[in-house]
Design a protein around this ligand. Structure first.
Ligand SMILES: [Zn+2]
Length: 181
């Protein structure tokens, strides 16, 4: 698990490319199959992002902070950072550095996909080992607002369990730790 409470260094996973997007080589087939299934629902489904290094994420996060400060000059840098954290992760806190996360949508903008299509794709994700990582109504658990495009590979069994019990990855990991304690 990687999030703002679990900052990690560069993980340097072995990468493979699916439709021009890099992912952890171990899940390339799952990504391919999930993408094909999503495209069967809506042909415009495509991969937007996969693996991103910690260094790249740092630059991305900082560019968002600069954009927010430019858009609203009354914001201090820390206020802008707080705002950006609702939709982007600081360096070391993004799942994209694992190579196990993908952004996939019909359009290149967050939460702009047709909601019926997004729901259908979300529903079939567990069959391919993925969960929608930042679902609606779970931001108090994940720390991130709803994202219709960000999927995380957790394996088929875990994905099905998490979906059945409506658990985020944070809640699921806490449950496993409790069980093993
Ligand atoms: Zn993402």
């Amino acid at each position: 698990m990687v999030n703002r409470d679990h900052i990690t260094k560069e993980m340097n996973p072995e990468l493979a490319t699916v439709n021009g997007i890099s992912v952890d080589a171990r899940i390339a087939e799952n990504v391919e199959a999930f993408l094909a299934a999503a495209q069967a629902i809506d042909a415009s489904e495509h991969l937007i992002s996969g693996y991103r290094s910690v260094a790249y994420q740092e630059g991305l996060f900082n560019s968002y902070v600069q954009q927010e400060m430019a858009a609203d000059p009354s914001l201090s840098e820390s206020e802008a950072e707080t705002l950006v954290k609702t939709y982007s992760q600081p360096a070391g806190a993004s799942e994209h550095q694992t190579g196990l996360a993908i952004d996939m949508s019909t359009v290149d903008a967050l939460n702009q996909s047709d909601t019926t299509v997004a729901k259908q794709v979300q529903a079939l994700a567990p069959q391919y080992g993925f969960v929608l990582r930042f679902p609606k109504g779970k931001s108090s658990s994940t720390g991130v607002d709803y994202e219709d495009w960000h999927f995380r590979y957790v394996g088929k069994k875990s994905a099905e369990y998490m979906t059945k019990h409506n658990l985020t990855l944070e809640e699921y990991v806490a449950l496993l730790e409790e069980r093993d304690a």
